[in-house]
Design a protein around this ligand. Structure first.
Ligand SMILES: [Zn+2]
Length: 291
């Protein structure tokens, strides 16, 4: 049988690849169309996927946003905002004429991370702290997707009722405090209007007290999120990824704040292992499981 074509749709890039025996082959990548017109996305997908069509039997897609029965909805209007109710699975099936599975990208990455863990572990969460804060959870040896595809969107749980307005419209989400975007935003007070998350981390590495406060605030919000997930889901491990999650000393800070919680709230936190292709690898594995 021909292999599965996997696709990862993010806010900045769309990647396609063939995964065989867990290895990423023939990877192609394009920029996500800057226009939010659905026709632009149709065209971009057709261009990217057409060269693979003779060599594949199925398609598996990991995409940013809420994926409800193959339809994409953007929780954050700034991220693929023009694509509300975009019929992603139907579009890809029309291009490829192949059966297509679609799930959220952080859910897919969680499933990829889960495959790397010790066999006796059944409950875990993957949290990516990057431009936004995404997450996916595996419960009882199964990826939690939810009735409407929303399960795992832990970046949009409450960190501070008086915090900044989040991209999703709610006030004080974890993402509005902990994400790279939020870190850059907070840095503008001290480092100028063009401040980015990377700039705050540069100052943090030089022990600047303001940058240290901002990064500590992010790590504390993630530690509290992990404590909440432990109490709700009894997770045994958190895999922490993303450009902020993998930044030097960030994991240690999260562990430091989590260690200040009472012991039932604590759980093991380690770096994610699958890297930038976690979404591709995870959705390929997930699609082969459910087919
Ligand atoms: Zn939010």
């Amino acid at each position: 049988m021909k292999p599965c074509l996997t696709v990862d749709i993010g806010g900045t890039k769309i990647a396609a690849a063939i995964i065989e025996s867990g290895k990423v082959l023939r990877r192609q990548q394009i920029a996500t169309p800057s226009s939010s017109q659905p026709e632009e996305m149709d065209k971009a997908l057709e261009e990217l996927l057409t060269p693979f069509l003779d060599d594949i039997s199925t398609v598996a897609v990991a995409s940013t946003g809420i994926i409800d029965d193959g339809v994409l909805t953007a929780l954050n209007p700034l991220n693929l905002g023009g694509l509300n109710n975009y019929p992603l699975r139907a579009v890809i099936e029309k291009i490829t004429k192949k059966p297509t599975t679609v799930i959220n990208d952080a859910q897919a990455a969680a499933w990829a991370e889960y495959q790397t863990l010790e066999l006796n572990m059944v409950n875990m969460a993957f949290i990516t702290v990057s431009t936004g804060v995404g997450a996916g959870v595996v419960i009882n040896d199964d990826l939690l997707i939810g009735a409407n595809g929303i399960a795992g969107h832990a970046g949009h749980t409450l960190a501070d009722p008086n915090g900044p307005i989040c991209g999703c419209g709610r006030r004080g989400c974890v993402e509005s405090i902990a994400s790279g975007t939020a870190i850059g935003q907070a840095g503008k007070t001290y480092f100028g209007d063009n401040c980015t998350g990377e700039m705050v981390f540069k100052h943090f590495s030089q022990n600047d007290p303001n940058a240290t406060d901002i990064v500590n605030g992010s790590a504390k919000a993630i530690a509290n999120l992990i404590a909440d997930l432990k109490m709700v889901l009894d997770i045994e491990l958190v895999a922490l990824g993303g450009s902020v999650g993998l930044a030097p000393h960030y994991l240690e800070l999260v562990q430091h704040y989590l260690a200040q919680q009472p012991s039932p709230y604590q759980t093991k936190v380690q770096h994610a292992r699958c890297g930038a292709d976690a979404g591709l690898i995870g959705v390929a594995h997930w699609a082969s499981k459910i087919r």
